[in-house]
Design a protein around this ligand. Structure first.
Ligand SMILES: [Zn+2]
Ligand SMILES: [Zn+2]
Length: 403
């Protein structure tokens, strides 16, 4: 028997139904907000992620599903969706069009790390990217959209927000932070010590308890935002409050990817063990430029599908469609064209083997059919079918051509 690769998993039955429900719900809502589908390759040049997600991020430094292909190219299975969508956006020269562009995507993402509970090597995300809109109203609208998706799926959450500033206010803050971190260097963990040089902002995100307690007094960027970032953040919180959306400002929320600026947010659930993010995103106004496009403001998010799989409240399954069965072998000949005809308008399950009544009724139950349609010797002789409505339990025999 050949098993799936380590950290990879099949989705079948209950899980695959949940997957489809999550994706179709999210697509339905994204469309209402003007998003259109984009499909980008799973395999990309490694350079794409190094340049966008950032060399010092955990994703690029430790977790890339990276290899050399037969042509000697350095390639990588996408670890996240935004980089590929932005590359596609620039490649199609959409950055040169005046129209605002909005895309949604869903599909597998890959990270080569030690598999553990809730962290697979292949996992799935649904995401949206909105290009060309600098207004903070768009940040708010994106948050509203995620909220609507989670409400439709019956998932509870906490919303956490932060501002990561811009090229005006981030660099002086970073310097300030490095000064603070250097003073407490000895007491910080190894990871943090490495990050003081490479990516000091990520230190704020350290999960180590000692580090966390030391960082309580760290300088906070939201106290040092430039005028524009400060005004945007204030506007965002006002919009959330006016809409009655509860949020928490988390000054340590840095998202771990280099491309974010200004608004950053995470939707967090307490229902999957320790508090973990079920969706996250924010503004990334510099990324299009990083990837050789024209400067284009952008904001987006991704939902971790596996993270919410268990949390989704599935709609009650309704009895649907028709189950057809023959109780005498010759009747299959009659049922076959009937099934083909009915499939133009309804879900039809046709049992090819002739069986007894009870066995057919079990079959109809198994596929959750609304109607059972059987032909036995009598029906065959009279040119009729026996029909039972499995919801109202009403049964009748009707002429074949009236069915
Ligand atoms: Zn700023
Ligand atoms: Zn640390």
């Amino acid at each position: 028997m050949i098993n799936p690769l380590r950290g990879m998993k099949d989705l079948t039955f209950d899980e695959s139904q949940r997957f489809v429900h999550i994706v179709t719900t999210a697509i339905g809502i994204a469309k209402k907000y003007g998003y259109e589908y984009i499909e980008t390759p799973i395999l990309e040049e490694t350079a794409l992620f190094k340049r966008s997600v950032g060399n010092s991020s955990d994703i690029v430094s430790k977790e890339m599903y990276q290899f050399e292909d037969k042509g000697g190219n350095d390639v990588c299975m996408r670890p996240e969706g935004t980089a590929g969508v932005v590359r596609a956006f620039v490649h199609a020269k959409l950055d040169r069009q005046p129209l605002k562009q909005k895309f949604y995507y869903y599909g597998p993402m890959f990270r080569y790390e030690r598999p553990q509970k809730g962290r697979l090597r292949e996992f799935h995300q649904f995401g949206c990217e909105s290009f060309g809109e600098a207004s903070v109203y768009e940040d708010f609208t994106i948050i509203t959209m995620i909220l609507q998706i989670f409400e439709a799926l019956g998932i509870g959450f906490d919303l956490q927000i932060n501002s990561l500033g811009c090229t005006t206010c981030m660099p002086p803050y970073k310097q300030n932070l490095v000064g603070f971190l250097t003073e407490i260097k000895e007491e910080l963990c190894e990871d943090c010590n490495r990050r003081i040089e490479s990516n000091p902002i990520r230190v704020l995100d350290c999960k180590n308890k000692t580090c966390q307690s030391l960082l309580v007094t760290a300088p906070k960027l939201i106290d040092d935002l430039c005028e524009e970032c400060g005004a945007d953040f204030k506007k965002l919180t006002a919009l959330l409050e006016n809409a009655g959306i509860t949020y928490k400002i988390d000054t340590n929320l840095v998202r771990g990817l280099d491309y974010y600026n200004k608004t950053a947010f995470e939707f967090v659930s307490n229902d999957i063990g320790s508090q973990s993010a079920i969706a996250g995103g924010g503004r990334y106004d510099k990324l299009v430029e990083f990837l050789d496009g024209k400067p284009t403001p952008a904001v987006g998010f991704a939902i971790g599908i596996e993270r919410i799989m268990e949390l989704v409240q599935m709609p009650e399954i309704q009895k649907e469609g028709i189950y057809m069965g023959a109780m005498t072998p010759e009747a299959v000949e009659t049922l076959f064209p009937l099934a083909t005809q009915k499939r133009k308008e309804a879900k039809v399950t046709l049992e090819y083997n002739s069986k007894g009544f009870k066995s057919h009724m079990k079959g109809a139950d198994k596929v959750n059919a609304r109607y059972a349609v059987l032909i036995g010797e009598d029906e065959l002789a009279n040119g009729t079918v026996w029909v039972k409505d499995l919801e109202s339990k009403e049964e009748k025999t009707i002429a074949l051509d009236a069915f």
